[in-house]
Every structure is written in C-alpha cells, then in structure tokens.
Design a protein around this ligand. Structure first.
Ligand code: C2G
Length: 712
C-alpha cells in the first residue's frame, strides 16, 4: 500500500473545505497524507483549516505569506509530499469514497491514471453503486482527449515520474496553469489508463458575482492566460503532431466560444488583439478546415493584423449569431426585435407597463399601485401583461405575456412595474423607470444569501443579478426586509419604505360589509368560519423551471370529521405549483382558490391562516388574526433547501405543527392559542407590520411618478 500525497491548495473557500476534506479523510484507501497549502486565505478560512487539521494526523498544513496562485501552491505542495503518488484536489470539490483506492489499484506499471469528473451544483452528490468494476480504458494516440478540461484533477501520478520529467504547473498564469504540467506528462507516456468508476465531483460555483471560481473571474484575464499558456506550449512542442492537433483544437474551440462572446462588446477587441495575433499565427491551416466562414475569416484577419477589417466582420458575425438564435423560436425572435429595433423607437413617458406573478394574476403590489393611479389621475396609459385575458377595473390595455406586443410595450414604456422578474435578455432603456415591488417579506433565504441552489435554475444567482441591475426603486414592507434586500439582492438603489401597497386593503376593507361582499363573490357560506391554507413551494420538487409539484399533507377527511360543522377550508397553492389538488370528495368543506387573483381578499375573509414557510404570514399578521404553521418538513426545508432569516421556532406568532391531529387540536383550542401567543404576536407585529397603514400605494406612486397629478 503505497503512500499517496493529496495536494490541496486552499484560498478562501471556507464554505466548501469541510466537505472537501471530509471526503478525503473518509477515503477507503487509508495510507494518505493531505498537504494543505493555505494560499494566504482570510482569518475565517484559516481558523477553519486549523480546526479541521487538528482532527487527523494525516493532514499537514503550510501557510504562504502572500497569495501565490494555484500554480505555485501545487508546485510547492509537490516539494512537501512524502508519498510515492500524487493526487490533486481543489478545495471546493469533493471525491467519492472509493476513488483513490480504485485509481491506486489500477495504476500498476503506468506512470499516471485518470478518473472521471462529474460536475455538480450542490453538496453531497451521491455516488451511484456501480455493479461491476470495468477494466480501465487505455488511451494511446487519443490520450490528449483526457485533458479536455485542461485539468490535473482526478489524476493519480507517480512522484518519481513528476520529478524525473521536471513537471511543473505554470506560475505565470492563473487559469490554465495545468496545461504546462499535463501536456508534457502525457507526451512522456504512450499509454494512459482511464477509469470511469473513479469519481471526482467538481463543483460548478453558483455565485460568479460574489464568489467567482478561477474560471469565472475576469474574462480578459482568463483569455490572456489561455493565450499565453497556449503560446508557450506551441513553441515547446512545435514538432509533435498530436500535441499540435490538440492545442489547435483547444484554441479554436476557445476562440469560437469564449473569445467570440468576449467580442460581443466591440470595445474589448483592442485589448487582446495583439496577443491573439501572436497565438493564432501558430495554428496550422488544416486545423481550421472544419470551421465556418466567420471563424475562418476572422482568424485570417487577425493573423494579418487588420483590426479595422476585423471590427467590421465581428459586427456582422454578431448580428448573424443573434439572428440565428432569433429564428430558433418565437420568443427568441421577439427578444431580437426588442434589442435591435423596438428599443430604437421613442419612449412614451406616460405609459406604465405592469405585471404581477409572471402574468398569472391581477394581484399584489402592482394591482394596488395601479388602482391608486387609475383612481386618482387620468394622466397615464396602462399596459397589463397577463397569460390570459382578464376582466379588470379601468379597462386598461392587456398584452399576452411574451407576445410581440408584450416586447413592443416593454421597449417603449416609460415605467415598468413588476413584483418579480422580467426577462433577463432585455436591456432596460435609460429613460425607462423600473419599480420593482417584490412580493413578500422574506423568511426563507434569498438569492445571494442562499448557499446551494436546489431549484430548477442552477444559474439563478447570475440571472437574478442581471435582472435586478435594472431596478430603480424597490418596495420594502419593514426595516427587516430593507436590510435583507440590500444584501441578498446586492441592491443599492432607492428603497421605498412605506409598507406594502398590497396590504392597503387589509386596513381599508377590514370591515363586515366588505368581507361579506368578498364572501358572496366567492360563493362561500357565511354561516361558517374560514381557514385559509396557503403553503409555499419546495425548491427540489419540480417538473421544470417555474413548474413545481405540491403534495397535500393535510388529511382532509380527518379535518372534515373534526371541524367540518363550524369551518370551511380554503386551499391556496403557491403560483409556481402546476399540479391540481383533488378535492372532489369535499364539496361544501374544501374550496380551491389557488387560481384566484388576489390572496389579500382571501386573507380578509379568513378567520385563521395555516401556512408553512411562505411570506403570507407577514401580511396576514396585519389583521392580528390567529396563524398556525404546518411545518411537517421543517428540518429539510430550513437546513438543506433554504435556511431562514429568523428563528421560526421562537419568533413567529403561532405554533409549529407537525401533523393533521395537531392542527385539529389547535383549531379546536384557537382561543387559548391566541392567548398563549399574545405577546409574541405583538412583538411580531411591531417588527414587521408597523409601516403598513393603508397608504403605501399612495406614497409609492408619489415618489416614483415625479409630478404625479391628482385629477379631480
Ligand atoms: N402566495 C400566494 N399563495 C400561496 C403562497 C404565496 O398567493 N400559497 C403569494 C403571496 O402574496 C406571497 C407571495 O406569493 O407573499 C410569495 O410567496 P412565498 O410563498 O413567500 O414564496 P416566494 O414566491 O418564493 O417568495 O421575499 C419573499 C420571498 O421571495 C418568497
């Protein structure tokens, strides 16, 4: 059992190193040493390294006095290694338990062996139990395909081989420093085994804004690193046909994707043109054969050094690229028309574009802002975006969400008002003012406060960042929300701290007459009390992006038997929930108002609210009526999926209940629950509801619409 030295450079990855190192310590192969090179991390990371290192004598830690970069740290790690074999790990990744054992069993007389890299967005990816171990595949002439990702990760390599061939990582570049190590390593081997069962989990970082990985850093720097690494390799291995083919493929691929993307912004061209010229001169003509007209012509123009001509071709290329995307689907075509044409038309200052919950309803803050404006001024023209046509007051123009008109009006409106997100690929024009109202006081962690992303969109943080850069104003219902929004949305624009427009109705219509009107409109019996059940959605239960599943865990039969004489239940699923709940056996007891536009009206007619982790309870608390929390999956939801901003066990204004029996019991004893939670409720109200007083819409409108004229 030969000793294996695992080289682990660490730089400010405190969020991930526990999982990484645990995955190494729990390897089935025990004769390892873990050489941690702390590349001058911050205090928090250093503290954690120290704590973890104390757990196992196989861990050795070296601290560098300044940040030296990945190439230097790995080279340094090799000099400290006492094992016969070397294995490299990145500190935000983790390794399956049997990987090192499998690699070491199969390296035999080879100098190096390669395992498989799985990409993951989250912690704790499980290894499938593979039935039978296959024999390693042996790579010969195609061996350079094994360094597709230009990476030394998940290779087990003999130390003598490294030393004899003086293999070193480049210290000149930050990204692509592995090429300098891997190309000569493979060059010196005719045959290389690859074992697909030896798994390494490479984490795709979900936060390229606050915590970018090396490859998510500054594009210019990454491109320069690549080109420099390429030039060095090309000069060194001029004579080797396999390496030349491999390197040509790498640069042409990199050019067609990363560099073309970088040149979308024309002003980037000059910054790397000369370096690109030096690199591309070294590409063999035959390697370009399979590339299309634009790539070939661009490369030839760069080689000639004609930057003026290049700028012209580049602009045509991008127009064509956008056009090619545009003809792939109707929505893509409209986005193309929006960006290329509609946004050249004049902005109509007095038009207001509104959308609530992705066009699903006439509701929430946009509804109340609109109604205040409509009732008090005839200065503005309104365009509402809906998925389906609606009968709404004031008879404003309606456009179907994502129709051609939708994009036209977005491009020319003077104001955008939305309570969630608008398509990320639309540039907002300078003259357009965007009021983002958001849609709730947060309990569950938001965007940049979230760690792993379990929902359908793994690029959530980046996309959200792009979308939220366009916001000019943001509504906040309480001081607590303002603080969270600033941090979790990275928002530094104007915050409208007037309470929520959507809660105005809870102050203006909390009277018998208005409540009766709503009940009659909904055909609900007036001789029974109403319980509103309004849970939220679960990030990990989905059919696809924006379409989530919900399984009802309320036992309706039991509830009906126990409380059916005095109560009715109103079911209200979150707007992301795509499946319907079958209530056909509970006519007269259960009513499904999931599709009803405005939950605020449901609050007004309910005597008790049951929810879970939905922000609905912050709004409902304005009514000072009892709230029960049906938190049957609290541990998973709080500890894995989201994390909360407040201590739900201590700070919410009602009990946490785990099953239907507890709910029945609470309903039957609702008066004593109200008494038990009186003080907690008051504290809660004072913290989250005091800004609401029925005038949030008015104050919002008067701030955003400068010179808003009240028309008599
Ligand atoms: N909502 C609803 N019916 C539900 C749940 C929610 O009508 N069953 C509406 C409420 O207006 C609620 C809003 O959707 O305030 C947001 O719902 P949440 O359950 O809180 O979930 P989410 O959409 O993820 O927003 O800061 C708030 C958070 O972003 C949560």
């Amino acid at each position: 059992m030969a000793k294996i030295s695992i080289i682990l450079p660490i730089y400010n990855t405190e969020e991930y190193i526990t999982e990484c190192i645990n995955s190494l310590l729990s390897q089935t192969y025990k004769n390892i040493e873990i050489i941690i090179i702390d590349d001058h991390s911050g205090i928090e990371c250093k503290r954690l390294i120290k704590e973890i290192a104390a757990q196992d004598p196989r861990i050795k830690v070296f601290h560098l006095d300044e940040n030296m970069g990945i190439g230097f740290t790995r080279n340094f790690g090799i000099t400290k290694a006492s094992g016969e074999l070397i294995y490299f790990v990145d500190s935000d990744d983790y390794v399956a338990p049997t990987t090192i054992e499998l690699l070491s069993k199969n390296i035999k007389n080879y100098d190096m062996i390669c395992g498989k890299i799985e990409h993951t967005y989250t912690s704790g990816s499980k290894v499938e139990q593979l039935e039978e171990l296959s024999k390693p595949a042996i790579y010969t002439d195609n061996k350079y395909n094994l360094i597709k990702n230009s990476s030394a990760l998940n290779w087990l390599i003999k130390k003598d081989f490294i030393n004899n061939n003086r293999l070193v990582f480049s210290e000149e570049v930050v990204s692509f420093s592995d090429l300098n190590f891997m190309v000569p390593a493979l060059y010196n081997n005719k045959e290389i085994p690859y074992l697909k069962e030896a798994l390494y989990f490479k984490r795709e970082r979900n936060d390229p804004i606050l915590k970018p990985s090396i490859m998510q850093g500054d594009s210019k720097r990454i491109i320069e690193d690549f080109l420099n690494a390429f030039i060095v390799m090309k000069e060194h291995y001029k004579e080797d046909p396999l390496i030349n083919d491999y390197l040509d493929f790498q640069i042409l691929d990199f050019y067609s994707n990363d560099i073309v993307e970088f040149f979308k912004d024309e002003s980037n061209i000059a910054s790397i043109f000369q370096l690109l010229n030096t690199a591309l001169e070294k590409v063999q003509n035959e390697s370009m054969k399979s590339y299309g007209y634009f790539i070939k012509t661009e490369i030839q123009t760069i080689i000639k050094g004609d930057s003026n001509k290049f700028i012209k071709i580049n602009s045509k290329h991008h127009f064509l690229r956008e056009f090619k995307i545009a003809i792939k689907g109707r929505r893509k075509l409209y986005i193309f028309l929006y960006n290329r044409f509609f946004t050249k038309l004049p902005v109509k200052k007095n038009t207001v574009f509104l959308e609530s919950f992705l066009g699903k309803s006439y509701s929430d803050n946009p509804k109340y802002i609109y109604e205040y404006m409509k009732n008090n001024s005839n200065q503005y023209k309104y365009i509402w975006s809906f998925n389906e046509k609606k009968d709404i007051p004031g008879n404003p123009m309606q456009v179907k969400r994502f129709s051609l008109k939708y994009f036209y009006y977005l491009a020319t409106a003077g104001y955008w008002i939305s309570n969630s997100r608008l398509p990320k690929d639309l540039k907002k024009r300078e003259e357009t003012i965007y009021l983002q109202t958001w849609h709730g006081t947060p309990l569950k962690k938001l965007v940049f406060d979230m760690k792993d992303i379990y929902s359908a969109d793994p690029n959530y943080k980046y996309n959200f960042y792009k979308q939220s850069r366009r916001w000019d104003y943001l509504n906040s219902a309480n001081h607590y929300s303002s603080e969270i929004f600033r941090r979790a949305f990275l928002y530094d624009g104007e915050m409208l701290e007037y309470g929520y427009p959507r809660n105005d109705i809870l102050y203006q219509s909390n009277n018998e007459k208005d409540i009766k009107l709503i009940k009659d409109k909904l055909n609900l019996p007036s001789n029974k009390k109403a319980i509103l059940y309004a849970p939220t959605w679960r990030d990990d239960e989905f059919y696809g992006s924006g379409r989530y599943k919900f399984k009802l865990k309320l036992e309706l039969e039991k509830l009906k038997q126990a409380i059916g004489d005095n109560y009715i239940i109103i079911l209200r699923m979150h707007y992301f929930i795509a499946n319907q709940i079958d209530i056909s056996n509970y006519e007269g007891f259960v009513y499904d108002y999931s599709k009803y536009d405005d939950i605020a009206e449901l609050y007004l007619i309910s005597d008790i609210l049951i929810t879970d982790y939905s922000s609905v309870f912050f709004d409902y608390a304005n009514l000072l009526r009892p709230i029960l929390f049906y938190t049957y999956d609290l541990e998973k939801y709080r500890d894995t999926l989201r994390g909360f901003y407040i201590n739900i066990e201590q700070e919410v204004p009602g009990p946490l209940l785990k099953d239907t029996d507890e709910i029945i019991n609470a309903i039957q004893n609702i008066t004593s629950i109200e008494n038990d939670y009186k003080d907690q409720y008051t504290q809660f109200y004072n913290r989250f509801c005091v800004w609401d007083n029925g005038h949030a819409s008015e104050r919002t409108v008067k701030t955003v619409f400068k010179g808003f004229d009240i028309t008599d």
